[in-house]
Design a protein around this ligand. Structure first.
Ligand SMILES: [Zn+2]
Length: 399
């Protein structure tokens, strides 16, 4: 189990050259006219042509992408971590490291709800949130950035609780509806307090996920007005397609689609957002670990689902899981832009796909092969042990 202290970014200058396709993560302009990146102290310092960037002075290391594509690291907008790289939900160790091998470089907690004996009293839930926030900040499993510390709303919380959480560094709420606060009017008041103190909220949408949780219908979602309509396609039981489309239309909040949800409704939600000209509101998550398990390739599979059956162009589908989430969640990664953290995925079409190239293969419903993953300028894995083999993989040419 590779849990390590946050080591800070890679020092020095790295040139990534011979990129065959540079995906920006930006929905409006998903492909960049460039084939090289210069990285300094873990951040993107320049984007351009290989020859031009090589002229910026000597690099401490060079990575030859050998014509493979580079995209921002994938962001999983909806996970349920507990502690380190262990999940009690499926009693599995190393699940986050497995997701790194699926291209995920950042995960966002929707609540540490699987902790055995999770405290539901107010001081206890605050203590858990602060502990989770600190623990994942201090130790990144396999290098993955896990934004955790997402308390679940319980009845009796007052505004000063949110002020206290915010002052302690908590920036997220766990899924509204998983605790004792289940009605729209109660949730709305707490969500507004959270927002006033800079804490972002997500609401559970749809039927109960496991015995003990409940239904959150579209009227409750609209009334609560959380920042993110969490798993709009259900976790796993979805609302009707008509109600999901109504949520896309009547709410202006982020539309989160998850792997561990209803796939048919996932496609309907993405298409409703596209038809409304609101694709920039769509973000992707796995909602794992869950009853359905842990899916190391969940984000890639969701991209492929939306690009193939949902007919969202593949480069845009990738932007849903990178730049969109970065903007909505206020991350400093997720986009290929100067100044952003150098969290990158090297990917190519999988060997023997029927697709002409990477994007075409995704639009045919295949998942890409990952040849390497970088976080803060440091390579965290080479050829993925979980994806099908990529045709071309990057090579680190040394220092
Ligand atoms: Zn949920």
């Amino acid at each position: 189990m590779a849990v390590e202290q946050a080591a800070g970014p890679a020092r020095g200058r790295t040139l990534v050259r011979n990129i065959g396709l540079l995906l920006s993560g930006d929905l409006g302009a998903p492909v960049l006219e460039a084939d090289a990146l210069l990285i300094e102290d873990g951040r993107i310092a320049a984007i351009g042509r290989s020859a031009e960037l090589a002229g910026h002075g000597p690099a401490h290391s060079v990575i030859d992408a050998h014509g493979s594509a580079v995209s921002p690291g994938l962001v999983d907008s909806h996970v349920h971590p507990v502690i380190g790289d262990w999940t009690p939900r499926q009693n599995q160790i190393g699940w986050i490291e497995s997701c790194l091998n699926g291209g995920v470089t950042t995960m966002i907690s929707a609540g540490e709800v699987h902790l055995p004996g999770r405290p539901k009293d107010i001081i206890g839930l605050k203590a858990l949130a602060i502990t989770a926030q600190r623990a994942f900040l201090n130790a990144r499993p396999a290098g993955v950035k896990v934004l955790a510390g997402a308390p679940v709303l319980e009845q009796g919380m007052v505004e000063s609780d949110f002020a206290e959480l915010a002052a302690a560094g908590v920036t997220l709420l766990g899924e509204v509806g998983l605790g004792s606060v289940k009605t729209g009017y109660e949730a709305q008041r707490m969500v507004a307090w959270a927002r006033r103190h800079g804490i972002q909220s997500t609401i559970h949408t749809g039927g109960p996920s496991i015995p003990g949780s409940g239904l959150i219908d579209k009227d409750t979602v609209l009334e609560a007005d959380a920042d993110v309509i969490g798993h709009i396609n259900g976790g796993h039981t979805a609302l009707s397609e008509a109600h999901v489309c109504e949520l896309c239309e009547r709410s202006s909040r982020a539309i989160e689609i998850v792997h561990n949800g209803n796939e048919r409704v996932a496609i309907a939600a993405a298409q409703a957002a596209r038809d409304l000209g609101q694709l920039h509101r769509v973000i992707l998550g796995t909602d794992s670990p869950a009853g359905s398990g842990v899916q190391p390739l969940g984000i890639l599979r969701l991209i492929s689902l939306l690009a193939s059956l949902g007919r969202i162009p593949a480069a845009q589908a990738i932007a849903l899981a990178t730049g969109n989430t970065a903007r909505i969640r206020g991350l400093d990664a997720g986009l290929i832009e100067v100044g952003r953290a150098a969290d990158l995925v090297f990917l190519d079409r999988a060997q023997h796909t029927a697709g002409r190239d990477l994007l075409h293969s995704i639009e045919l419903g295949d998942i890409p092969g990952i040849g390497g993953v970088m976080i803060d300028g440091a390579m965290r894995c080479g050829r993925s042990r979980n994806t099908p083999p990529a045709e071309r993989v990057p090579e680190v040419l040394g220092h």
